[in-house]
Ligand binder design. Structure first.
Ligand code: FAD
Length: 232
């Protein structure tokens, strides 16, 4: 797998197929540890990536991960036309997607360049629950330790899953530190338009976004022991 390689998955790839794939695991080392955050074993064995995306839930976990992984969709029309869309542009509004009549998702493509990846999900139960908010961060680090590129996704803070470009711009070119994590957390807390509902208040969601952003930084760069500064 190199920077120029694209991984293409068919629409019927299941959640289990995805986390079990040696190709995905090589491009996103450690991604399999997040499988348990998604639904339950029977659901993961059946639920497809395309179904998770087209269902257009603002808190879909696979969608958040695929957004951070820079996914593009191959859409196939009737009688055979094809177009490519960025997953980040696919969600037009609450449960509204950029799929024309007669079109279906034929494939999902992600860059094969290996990334550092983390996923965080806050829910009322630790397992088998849908998210109050979820977020995924994928970064590539440069040899000098700075962040060469970053993709940050969040769900549960807007009518659609989001890419948070402000945070991506902040991280890109920066060196990981507690101050950077705090600034990214501040941006995350002020992103989207979270609402109050049975899973939590808008204020709680903003606070979660701040803390889950810190969690991304703590987990992506354990050698920096950022928790000692952030959580003291
Ligand atoms: C009990 C339970 C718990 C769950 N927990 C979680 C969870 O924790 N996290 C999470 O992210 N999700 C969760 N889900 C959702 C699950 O992961 C699936 O995303 C969802 O059930 C869709 O399933 P499916 O893939 O069979 O799609 P389907 O039900 O077959 O389809 C869903 C929608 O997508 C459309 N669609 C499917 N394939 C395509 C295609 N190729 N092109 C265009 N449109 C298409 C269908 O027309 C339909 O509108 C849960 C579901 C259940 C039932």
């Amino acid at each position: 797998i190199s920077g120029n390689v694209i991984i293409e998955m068919g629409a019927a790839v299941t959640t289990d197929d995805f986390f079990g794939s040696p190709t995905i695991r090589a491009a996103v080392p450690g991604i399999e540890r997040f499988a348990a955050n998604v639904a339950s074993p029977p659901i993961r064995s059946r639920a497809t990536l395309a179904g998770n995306i087209a269902n257009a839930s603002p808190i879909a976990d696979m969608t958040a991960m695929l957004l951070a992984l820079g996914a593009r969709l191959v859409l196939e029309g009737d009688p055979g036309g094809e177009r490519l869309v960025d997953l980040s542009g696919f969600f037009l509004g609450y449960k509204k997607i950029d799929l024309k009549s007669g079109e279906r998702i034929r494939g999902i493509m992600i860059p094969g360049e290996p990334v550092l990846f983390n996923f965080e999900k806050a829910a009322k139960r630790a397992r088998l629950d849908i998210a109050t908010v979820n977020t995924a961060l994928a970064v590539v680090t440069a040899p000098d330790g700075t962040i060469a590129s970053a993709r940050y996704a969040a769900g549960g803070i807007a009518p659609t899953p989001l890419r948070l470009v402000d945070i991506e711009n902040l991280l890109t070119g920066s060196r990981p530190s507690a101050d950077l994590a705090r600034e990214a957390g501040r941006l995350a807390a002020n992103s989207g338009s979270p609402i109050d509902d049975v899973r939590g208040s808008s204020e709680y969601r903003r606070r979660l976004m701040e803390r889950l952003t810190w969690a991304h930084c703590i987990r992506l760069w354990p050698e920096l022991k950022l928790e000692e500064e952030l959580l003291s």
